[in-house]
Design a protein around this ligand. Structure first.
Ligand code: HEC
Ligand code: HEC
Ligand code: HEC
Ligand code: HEC
Length: 320
């Protein structure tokens, strides 16, 4: 339900890595075995074991005043998926299915049972109603590109001033949605068995939507900057670069939502303590980005083909 609440409130959704809806990865892999096998080959999986052991992690945690990385720390929100035990989040794995698709409690059953029938006996209307119920239950499906991509960016930009300035944590990843989603984490293995990369149209849409979200999230991040130090500098650079890239996109794709985002970004003043100006701009960009996902499938965006990352830029390779 977390996502729905965020949609109503019109603020950026954050990763749903720890809430009472999380069931744990083994619930999902009962049916989705191959997705599980791919996931086990990713950094999202290995961070559970490797991150807390690294010297860098210990140093960051110490500077942040956390005695234990896996209990009660801020690290949980981005590095692990947690169930709630008692009142406390308890990490059970790295970043798993439910960090991206949302906690399964209220959709697991409904999405997987063909309206209580054999698959071939479920009518189109029943299937439609089933998916609607899964969405009401909070499920983030592949078609909800704005929602899942925002999840990626809300972890990967590391929008936390204290963690970066005082903890010395990396100030975000050089994240780009196509390259980062089509490598090691790709698991298009349910409807086909071949784990094909996204189609050309879908890659275009991912590229444009990713750059728009990069802009939104980095403007929000700059809006939270209060002191002139690493965080403020890195986030302002990030936002400036995102704005430049988006204006390039607006130059090659002639769609009203894209022009509007580029125009909104131009008005942003990238300075300290400017949340009052930047947050509303980010919110208007969010509205336009959701409209892009709703209105287009990428076939209208051939102009960005020259900007898409080539396959050798993809981050890692999927295990299957
Ligand atoms: C009992 C078996 C089962 C379990 C357990 C299960 N799924 Fe599924 N899942 C399915 C089936 C069946 C479909 C495809 C339904 C269809 O074809 O209409 C599916 C489809 C999906 C899809 C694709 C949705 C779309 O829009 O096409 C996602 C994502 C997904 N499941 C995620 C999960 C996650 C996350 C979990 C754990 C919280 C999970 N599943 C647990 C059976 C299961
Ligand atoms: C807002 C999300 C977020 C939070 C909170 C967070 N991290 Fe990270 N962390 C990331 C991301 C994203 C990366 C990957 C950065 C990259 O692409 O290089 C990362 C990378 C790291 C790395 C480097 C990984 C490596 O392979 O060397 C360490 C160490 C680390 N984090 C420790 C911590 C610790 C300790 C905490 C808690 C005090 C923490 N992180 C909290 C998002 C986060
Ligand atoms: C890092 C985020 C992330 C994680 C972790 C993740 N998924 Fe996904 N998953 C996605 C995205 C994004 C898509 C849609 C990709 C697209 O639309 O091209 C997807 C697609 C799917 C699909 C549809 C596949 C198809 O054939 O079209 C299923 C099923 C699924 N995920 C299940 C799972 C399960 C089960 C796990 C855990 C073992 C898992 N996912 C872990 C982000 C994630
Ligand atoms: C809950 C927070 C979170 C979410 C959501 C998330 N990531 Fe990550 N991701 C991380 C962290 C943390 C790391 C670094 C793990 C490590 O190396 O210790 C990482 C690492 C990665 C890596 C490996 C990078 C490398 O160094 O090779 C890829 C690729 C990646 N993420 C892609 C994605 C994509 C694509 C999405 C969205 C579909 C996504 N992530 C969503 C937190 C997240």
């Amino acid at each position: 339900m977390v996502t729905i609440l965020f949609l109503i409130m019109g603020v950026a959704p954050t990763q749903s890595s720890a809430n009472s809806d999380v069931l744990g990865v083994t619930k999902c892999t009962e049916c989705h075995k191959t997705s599980g096998a791919v996931w086990e080959g990713t950094h999202h999986f290995s961070t559970f074991r490797d991150m807390p052991r690294s010297d860098k992690a210990k140093e960051i945690a110490k500077k942040m005043g956390f005695k234990r990385i896996k209990a009660g720390s801020l690290c949980l929100t981005c590095h692990f998926t947690s169930v709630i035990e008692g009142d406390e989040p308890k990490p059970v794995s790295g970043i798993s299915c439910e960090s991206c698709h949302s906690g399964g409690k209220n959709y697991l059953k409904v999405h997987s049972e063909f309206s209580g029938k054999k698959k071939e006996n479920e009518s189109a209307d029943e299937a439609k109603a089933r998916w609607e119920m899964a969405e009401v239950g909070g499920m983030i499906r592949p078609k909800a590109m704005y929602e899942w991509a925002t999840n990626c960016y809300s972890c990967h930009t590391v929008p936390n001033e204290k963690l970066v300035n005082e903890g010395g944590h990396p100030a975000g990843s050089a994240f780009e949605l196509v390259a980062w989603s089509q490598g090691e984490i790709r698991h298009n293995l349910w409807y086909t068995k071949t784990n094909d990369a996204a189609t050309g149209d879908r890659k275009r849409l991912m590229y444009v939507v990713g750059q728009a979200i990069e802009l939104e999230i980095s403007l929000r991040a700059v809006g939270k900057a209060t002191v002139k130090a690493t965080y403020a500098v890195k986030m302002a650079k990030r936002a400036a670069a995102a704005r430049k890239r988006f204006s390039k996109i607006a130059g090659v794709v002639d769609l009203p939502e894209i022009k509007e985002i580029a125009a909104l970004a131009k008005t942003a003043k990238l300075k300290l303590n400017n949340g009052d100006q930047l947050t509303p701009i980010a919110e208007s960009i969010q509205v336009q980005t959701k409209a892009i996902v709703a209105n287009y499938d990428g076939s209208q965006m051939a102009g960005v083909d020259g900007l898409l990352p080539s396959e050798d830029k993809y981050k890692g390779k999927p295990a299957l």
